[in-house]
Design a protein around this ligand. Sequence first.
Ligand SMILES: Nc1ncnc2c1ncn2[C@@H]1O[C@H](COP(=O)(O)OP(=O)(O)OP(=O)(O)O)[C@@H](O)[C@H]1O
Length: 257
Amino acid sequence: MLQAKDISYNKNAFNIIDAIDFECNQGELIGILGPNGAGKSSFLSILANEFHQKGNQVIFKNNEYKKWDSKELPKHKAKFSQNNNSDIPLKVFDVIMMGRYPYFDNNPSQDDEDAVLYSMKKTDTESLSNFEYNHLSGGEKQRVHLARVIAQLENRNSNKILFLDEPLNNLDVLHQHNFLKYIKEFTNRGNSALVVLHDLNLAAQFTDKILLLKKGKKVCFDSPINVLTQEIISDVYNYPCTLTTNPITNHPLIIFG
Ligand SMILES: Nc1ncnc2c1ncn2[C@@H]1O[C@H](COP(=O)(O)OP(=O)(O)OP(=O)(O)O)[C@@H](O)[C@H]1O
């Protein structure tokens, strides 16, 4: 559903992304991992059509982005970015409703209201609905923006894609797990998700494949069991680690130190 070939990105003669091939199939939850500065956010932005460079070609559902109708595209793909505006003088409900702007001109329909209610339920933000967004804690603000992107893709289209850049920042353990469970449910319905993560153990538990980056280059792109090895992880992160098996989930469990 998403193909990218030979993707590069340079700024000020610095190779941020260096000739990466990438493919995401329908229904996959792919983790993008790597140390600080590896190029994860930049690569996600290229795949999501936010950063452009001549020669890069990204095909989404058999079409280049430029061939898509600009009003239709936001109903098939949504992106959660790391740096969301932290000062929005609106109630929480209205901030989440921003995700529905592609669907209406002046007044939201019942479908739009339902999509907001659904996304609030999935992010545990229902009780915040009437609160001033600006008064929320960091983790609550994060959940509101996650609700906004969930609401954006709440429609009858099939084969949708979510781009999530560090969606778990500021979330406590309950909300981290609940959000990833929701993303798994979303991909199990035939949609796809690309998620930049720093927590390797959550990546081991929830993703189908991991793209591991270092200094703008692809180190490997494979199933978690093949990527999360002691040799690869201690080398890429430049820190010693031990691999064992999570006794509850049976997924790889990485212990650093
Ligand atoms: N406009 C720019 N000009 C020069 N360098 C840039 C620019 N944008 C990003 N970079 C550099 O590109 C590299 C990759 O940045 P990016 O944000 O994609 O990394 P990341 O893997 O997401 O990092 P982190 O885990 O710290 O969020 C960094 O070294 C960053 O300093």
